[in-house]
Write a protein that binds this ligand. Structure first.
Ligand code: SF4
Ligand code: SF4
Length: 127
């Protein structure tokens, strides 16, 4: 019993020596994303009709649509990338990108803010 256990450990250790590390030196080494990666939600704000359907459908209440002022806020740290908002959007101005990079210190910093009137896009967008 003890011998087989030692043999098993030795096998695992020798296999690990031959493998590359499972982690990346992020952000120095950029991560490669797959085409099916569920990333951040992007709003092409000039096509938004402020119907509010995405806000109603969002299971985590990550979206706030302000119809009167034509503003839109998406709190990405609340988003679980389910894609429900993208599916329900009538003019299809919402899309899911394949990158997901939110490196922030506070909850508020992870929010994307859009305003239609002056065509300001994503003032809090991280790099
Ligand atoms: S992807 Fe899902 S969780 Fe994220 S904002 Fe859209 S509906 Fe909400
Ligand atoms: S569902 Fe689409 S059109 Fe309607 S408020 Fe959301 S982003 Fe705008």
């Amino acid at each position: 019993m003890r011998r087989s256990l030692i043999f098993s450990f030795a096998k695992t250790i020798s296999r690990s020596f031959l493998k590359k590390p499972a982690t990346l030196m992020y952000p120095q080494v950029e991560r490669k994303y797959y085409s099916i990666t569920r990333g951040r939600i992007f709003n092409d704000i000039d096509r938004c009709i402020f119907c509010g359907l995405c806000q109603k459908k969002c299971p985590t209440h990550a979206i706030t649509v302000m119809k009167e002022t034509k503003e839109y806020e998406l709190r990405s740290l609340q988003c679980i990338t389910c894609g429900a908002c993208v599916d329900v959007c009538p003019p299809k101005c919402l899309s899911m990108e394949i990158n997901y990079s939110v490196s922030v210190f506070g909850r508020d910093e992870g929010a994307y803010y859009y305003k239609q009137s002056d065509k300001t896009e994503d003032v809090k967008k991280p790099d």
